[in-house]
Design a protein around this ligand. Sequence first.
Ligand SMILES: Cc1ncc(COP(=O)(O)O)c(C=O)c1O
Length: 392
Amino acid sequence: MVELKPMSVTASELPVSGIRRFFDVAAQMHDVISLGVGEPDFFTPWSIREAAIYSLERGQTTYTSNHGLLELRREIVKHIKKHYGVSYKADDEVLVTVGVSEGLDLAMRTLLDPGDEVLVPEPCYVSYKPCITLAGGRPIGVETTAAENFRITPAALEKHLTPRTKAILLGYPSNPTGATMPGPQMQEIVDFAVKHGLYLISDEIYDRLTYDGVHTCVSSLKGARERTILLNGFSKAYAMTGWRIGYVCAPREIVSIMTRIHSYTMLCAPTLGQKAALEALKTGEPEVVDMVAQYGQRRRLIVDGLNKIGLKCHMPEGAFYAFPSIASTGLTSEEFAEKLLYQERVAVVPGTAFGAGGQGHIRCSYATAIDKIEAALLRMKTFVESLAVKAS
Ligand SMILES: Cc1ncc(COP(=O)(O)O)c(C=O)c1O
């Protein structure tokens, strides 16, 4: 019999997500407190769920336009204008996607030819580099450090610039570090992109989860709009991860190509999710404010607790992750996360899952109830003390 031909080398060589690998182990164990998951512990607000139920009752179960419901695109445009002062046209500058995940994939496929390079500040969200690779591009990690509050600088980008550099992929507020970029610092990045003719892809999924200062929307900055693919969605701010709705705002020429790909690969985002997203924009604001206030409380609790245990932790300005240093324990990130899981049954993610700059750190999600955070901190204290005893 003739041997079956091999599958795609590019796909087969993709690394397994460092988060998944860890959680498969944790899922088999009892009494684990997870600070690992990157999704809200809240239910989607009731008014949003109810709107979706009515929509189903009315039999709204067909495809929508490839672009997404026009009514939803109009609300997205209003929302962006209200919060960030940037104007987009609902007709041809907005595309409703299957989460930010699809928006990321479409952005890469739209911009990249084989071998094109994308600069990616690290540590970063686990999907960024694989998305670039799958589109035939080369992800070029640019390390950021705790000493610089995990903010990217033009000087760091410059070191990795080549004639093949096509774009910079930004994700602020950051998963996993919680870092944000104030306007003037982000403007420097935009100026760098302008100087070198680069596109900007800005994943702003955590925009509403900004606790200190205000969120900087990249396309609102001088010179940015015409080169920026703005990605956002409903998963985090509205606790809607399972509805799978995101959106892209970008100049018409870019959205037109993204929509072409989307129309072949996805047809449209889920109709039910789009109805829910529409309701979220119309009535969800008070619930967002409430959830953000609760994340804010948990943030102080976890950061104070980690620092007291001796795991130095900067105050994250956004998202819902603390990213403490575990360097004082002498363990690597993986050793720390693994031993903590087996000894004290607390699941965290090793910083190395997020690329360069992650070694010596762990990611602790505080999208978890206060009592669980408190219990996890107690267990972590016991764990860190046990290390100190062993060392002495
Ligand atoms: C930075 C970042 N971007 C995108 C996503 C995926 O978002 P969505 O649910 O909209 O696909 C996540 C999910 O954890 C994320 O953390």
